[in-house]
Design a protein around this ligand. Structure first.
Ligand code: XIL
Length: 367
């Protein structure tokens, strides 16, 4: 609660377009710890993690505690992991991550219940759920599963990515998927069910590539405006921001512009899955520049979180055979290792980390 008051006071100060906040008083290092800078700034910095990262004694756990203030479940809360058969619940991995967040005072983001875009990983659903072709059965199973999961973690998962990637990649059309079996209003229904199960959780819609494709950004803004105008309990929009050097990263201003448009609808906005592989030419300076750009635009437009999709370069999803096989374009745009994160394989801060720290310290807040 003390933290909430501090954050509220900071928010009031920042809302008056104050100058950038000072360095944390305890910071004597050449590069201040990201978590400390972020706390002073009143923004969350997070990492996606798996349960093996938080086993006692793991260097990953220490790195997360030191550098981040929020964690996201990379896979542990996808229903394919959580409910492998109709009668089997695999709570262990998610429980250990939620316990770790609790024990270390980290904000917890639950990811994700309904991964819509079919081109991604079978929707994060177990095969038995995808096989429920009877619409009424699929609908009832999906809604009761949402209630069960949010009910179990009620009060412990601060932010939930309820719906992930509802759109096709570039054009801003809703992606056809198994969720269509629930009927045309399935997005609203999932949010309403989630809100009923945990009324205090902030509920998010999470999307990929909206910062790259204007038609997709427009469609996302229109969808959120429509949900808000109908009173659907949606509280935040996540921009995944998986970026590459080739094809080119977003034009300057497109992240801040989209964050502003979404915030004007009354929702929080977060960067939720940032990573930037160095590309076949191993252009580390370009990576640093993109991290700086994303962090500065996010802060300038008033977003509430920057989360990277992994702890260190040693175990990024982009280097796994599964991810590369699942998207035949990936191997064209970066070579292995992709080294896309803020910490290197030995969990040491990289130049991109220093750039994010500086952006957080030096970028003025929106008026
Ligand atoms: C990825 C995980 O990182 C991989 O381990 C898994 O094999 C596939 O899913 N967008 C999302 C995330 O919303 O859930 C994805 O995570 C990465 C792309």
């Amino acid at each position: 609660m003390g933290g909430a008051i501090t954050v509220a006071l900071l928010a009031v100060g920042l809302a008056a377009c104050s100058p950038p906040p000072p360095a944390p008083p305890e910071c004597t290092e050449p590069v201040c710890p990201l978590a400390e800078v972020a706390r002073v700034r009143g923004i969350r910095v997070g990492a996606a993690i798996e349960s093996y990262h938080v086993t006692p004694g793991s260097p990953y756990g220490d790195a997360v505690r030191r550098h981040f203030t929020s964690v996201t479940t990379e896979n542990a809360l996808k229903l394919s992991v959580l409910r492998p058969t109709p009668t089997t619940w695999n709570w262990g991995p998610a429980d250990s991550i939620v316990d770790f967040a609790d024990a270390n005072d980290l904000t917890m983001r639950g990811h994700t219940l309904a991964w819509v875009n079919e081109s991604s990983n079978q929707n994060g659903l177990p095969q038995w759920m995808r096989d429920l072709t009877d619409p009424a059965t699929f609908r009832a199973t999906m809604l009761s599963t949402v209630s069960e999961v949010l009910g179990r973690y009620r009060g412990r998962v601060d932010n939930w990515d309820v719906v992930n990637e509802p759109f096709e990649y570039p054009f801003g059309l809703l992606a056809p998927s198994v969720f269509d079996r629930m009927g045309p209003d399935y997005i609203a229904e999932l949010f309403i069910a989630a809100h009923a199960a945990d009324p205090d959780a902030k509920l998010w819609l999470n999307e990929i590539f909206a910062e790259l494709f204007p038609a997709k950004a427009d469609a996302l803004v229109a969808l959120v405006a429509s949900l808000r105008s109908r009173g659907v309990p949606i509280h935040g929009v996540g921009l995944q921001t998986h970026l590459t050097l080739t094809p080119a990263p977003p034009n300057p201003g497109s992240i801040s512009g989209l964050v502003t448009r979404l915030r004007n609808l009354g929702v929080d906005v977060a960067i939720t899955e940032l990573d930037v592989p160095v590309g076949p030419l191993r252009n580390e300076q370009a990576q640093v520049d993109i991290y700086r750009q994303v962090a500065a635009e996010c802060v300038a437009a008033g977003c509430s979180e920057i989360t990277v999709w992994g702890v260190g370069d040693g175990d990024t999803w982009l280097d796994t055979p599964g991810a590369r096989a699942g998207n035949p374009l990936l191997p064209l745009f970066f070579s292995l290792p992709s080294t896309p994160l803020l910490l290197d394989a030995d969990l040491r801060p990289k130049a991109a980390y220093a750039a994010v720290v500086e952006a957080l310290r030096n970028t003025p807040s929106p008026p």
